[in-house]
Design a protein around this ligand. Structure first.
Ligand SMILES: NC(=O)c1ccc[n+]([C@@H]2O[C@H](COP(=O)([O-])OP(=O)(O)OC[C@H]3O[C@@H](n4cnc5c(N)ncnc54)[C@H](O)[C@@H]3O)[C@@H](O)[C@H]2O)c1
Length: 145
């Protein structure tokens, strides 16, 4: 089990999916976790705001430091994809594409949020002491296919 005791982490997009899994996993590992999202999250310190607004983020960082006395790591999870314009594909087409894409993954399934959060947990821990930045693939073998 990874030990994050004493570590202060800010997770954006903390209210659902991968971010919520990161909050749960890191809290369970002993970290002091702050969550930032458009909505309230389950983090010990839950803050609402928009990552596209610098002022919201500055306020959040100040609140984390005021509450926990430091900020050791940022999980910049919200808004990795920019929203496209237009109406987008129909829900049915999206579902078909989703199912079709799943068959291209060597492990035969999509990843679970906690499987991505586990990599995040490792990267904010002391176990990653020789990692200075890079691309860490968590995709069930999709990009190696
Ligand atoms: N799930 C996947 O397969 C996958 C694959 C590649 C990349 N990603 C990216 O990983 C991130 C998390 O994915 P997920 O599946 O957990 O998504 P999700 O939709 O379950 O959760 C995203 C969270 O981010 C919050 N959020 C969105 N815009 C925000 C903003 N402007 N400011 C603050 N909070 C905002 C939402 O309220 C939500 O709680 C996303 O950026 C997504 O694009 C996901």
């Amino acid at each position: 089990m990874i030990d994050l005791t004493g570590r202060v982490v800010l997770v954006t997009g903390a209210a659902s999916g991968i971010g919520a899994a990161a909050v749960e996993l890191m809290t369970g590992a002993g970290a002091s976790v702050a969550g930032f999202d458009l909505r309230e999250s389950a983090a010990a310190l839950s803050m609402t705001g928009d990552v596209t607004r610098a002022a919201d983020l500055e306020r959040a960082v100040a609140a984390v430091e005021a509450r926990f006395g430091a900020l050791d790591a940022l999980v910049s999870n919200a808004g990795l994809f920019l929203a496209g314009g237009g109406d987008g594909p129909s829900p049915q087409l999206e579902e078909e594409n989703f199912a079709a894409l799943g068959t291209l993954i060597p492990l035969g399934r999509y990843g679970r949020p906690e499987e991505v959060a586990a990599m995040m947990c490792f990267l904010v821990s002391d176990l990653a002491s020789y990692c200075t930045g890079g691309i860490y693939v968590v995709d069930g073998g999709y990009t190696a296919n």
